[in-house]
Design a protein around this ligand. Structure first.
Ligand code: KG4
Ligand code: ZN
Length: 335
C-alpha cells in the first residue's frame, strides 16, 4: 500500500449465507453506512437456508444494497479506496455472487480488491466497535456453521484452540427450534421464548469432549427426543433448559481456554453471540476472573458487511490487495 489517506474508505460486501449486505467503513473503525437485506422470509418456509435460493436472492438484492450503502454514505464509488468481499467460508454459489460483484466494482472504479475470511470478519466486529481492543485475546466464535475457540496472538495470527466435533452451535439452535415449532431462524426464537421458561425444568446432557473441543449433537438429539416424548412440557421450559445446557458448555470451555492461554481479554463473535444468556454468562465469567470482556452489539454479531470492511482494512495493511484470480473458498479456515 503506497500511501494511506486520512480516511481509508472500504466498501464491504457479504453474501456467504442468507444475508445480502453492503457497508462503507472508514479506517476499520467507523461505520459510514451499513445495509443488511435479510432473506429470512424466503428460507423460513423450508425451515433452513436453501443454497440455490440464497444465490439467486443475492443476485437480486446485492446491487440495490450496494447502491443504498453508497447513497447513505454520501460517497461516490470512485471516492472509495478499496472494495472487499467475503471469500469463505460459506455457500459456494452465494459467495460467488459477492466476490464477482466486488471484483467488478473494484475494476470499474480502479480500486484494490480485498478478500476476507468470514470468521475473521466476525472477530473484527469487535475491533470495529472497540478500537482500543488489543491482542492477545481469546475469542469464542459461534455461528450457524462454526463453533470455535481461537487464540488471537496478534492481528492476523490465530491458533485454533477448540472446535465442534459434530454440529455447530447455531445449527443446534436452529434444529431444536424447528422441532419445537418455533420457526427459522431458531436462535433468536429460542432466546426469546426461554426468557419465560425454567432453565432447570429438564436436565439435558452437557457433553464435555477432551480438551477444548465441543460436541453438540448428543444434546440436540436429547432435546428432539424429549420434545417428542413429552409434548405436555411447556415449550418455554424446554427452550430455557436447552439454552442453559448449551451455554454451560460454551462458558466452561471458554473458562478453560482462557486459563490455558493465560489470556486477559475475551471476545465473542458470530450470530449466536447475540444470545442473551451467553452474553450474561460470559460477562459473569470475565467479572469473576478479572478479565477484559468485549461483546459486540447484537446487530454486529449476526452477518453484516461492516465487519467485512473492518477485517479488510487490517488484512489490506498486512498483505495488500488480494489477487483477482481468487475464487470462492467454501471451507476456508481461520487457523
Ligand atoms: O453469524 P450468523 O449470522 O451466520 C453464519 O455465519 O452462520 O449466525 C447465524 C446463526 C443462526 O444459527 C441463528 O439461529 C443464530 O446465529 N442466532 C442466535 C441468536 N441470534 C442468531 N442463536 C442464539 N441466540 C440468538 N439470539
Ligand atoms: Zn456469520
Amino acid at each position: 500500500m503506497s500511501e494511506t489517506p486520512d480516511q481509508f474508505l472500504i466498501l464491504g460486501i457479504e453474501t456467504s449465507c442468507d444475508e445480502t449486505a453492503a457497508a462503507v467503513v472508514s479506517n476499520g473503525d467507523t461505520v459510514v453506512s451499513s445495509v443488511v437485506s435479510s432473506q429470512v422470509d424466503l428460507h423460513a418456509r423450508y425451515g433452513g437456508v436453501v443454497p440455490e435460493i440464497a444465490s439467486r436472492a443475492h443476485v437480486e438484492l446485492l446491487t440495490p444494497a450496494v447502491a443504498q450503502a453508497l447513497v447513505e454514505s454520501g460517497i461516490e464509488g470512485n471516492e472509495l479506496h478499496a472494495v472487499a468481499a467475503t471469500v469463505g467460508p460459506g455457500l459456494a454459489g452465494a459467495l460467488l455472487v459477492g466476490i464477482s460483484a466486488a471484483k467488478a466494482y473494484a475494476l470499474a472504479w480502479g480500486l484494490p480488491f480485498i478478500g476476507v475470511n468470514h470468521m475473521e470478519a466476525h472477530l473484527y466486529a469487535c475491533f470495529l466497535e472497540e478500537p482500543d481492543l488489543e491482542p492477545p485475546l481469546v475469542v469464542l466464535l459461534v455461528s450457524g456453521g462454526h463453533t470455535m475457540l481461537v487464540a488471537m496472538d496478534a492481528h492476523g495470527q490465530y491458533r485454533l484452540l477448540g472446535t465442534t466435533v459434530d454440529d455447530a452451535v447455531g445449527e443446534a439452535f436452529d434444529k431444536v427450534a424447528r422441532v419445537m415449532g418455533l420457526g427459522y431462524p431458531g436462535g433468536p426464537a429460542i432466546d426469546n421464548v426461554a426468557l419465560t421458561g425454567d432453565p432447570t425444568a429438564v436436565k439435558f446432557p452437557r457433553a464435555m469432549p477432551q480438551g477444548l473441543d465441543f460436541s453438540l449433537s448428543g444434546l440436540k438429539t436429547a432435546v428432539i427426543r424429549y420434545v417428542r416424548d413429552n409434548p405436555e412440557t411447556p415449550v418455554a421450559d424446554v427452550a430455557a433448559s436447552f439454552q442453559a445446557a448449551v451455554v454451560d458448555v460454551l462458558v466452561d470451555k471458554t473458562r478453560r481456554a482462557v486459563a490455558e492461554v493465560g489470556a486477559s481479554t475475551v471476545c465473542l463473535g458470530g450470530g449466536v453471540a447475540a444470545n442473551s444468556l451467553l452474553r450474561e454468562r460470559i460477562l459473569d465469567l470475565c467479572t469473576e476472573e478479572g478479565l477484559r470482556c468485549f461483546l459486540p452489539s447484537r446487530s454486529m454479531c449476526t452477518d453484516n458487511a461492516a465487519m467485512v470492511a473492518a477485517a479488510a482494512w487490517w488484512r489490506y495493511r498486512a498483505d495488500g490487495a488480494t489477487p483477482l484470480d481468487i475464487g470462492a473458498q467454501p471451507n476456508l479456515r481461520l487457523a
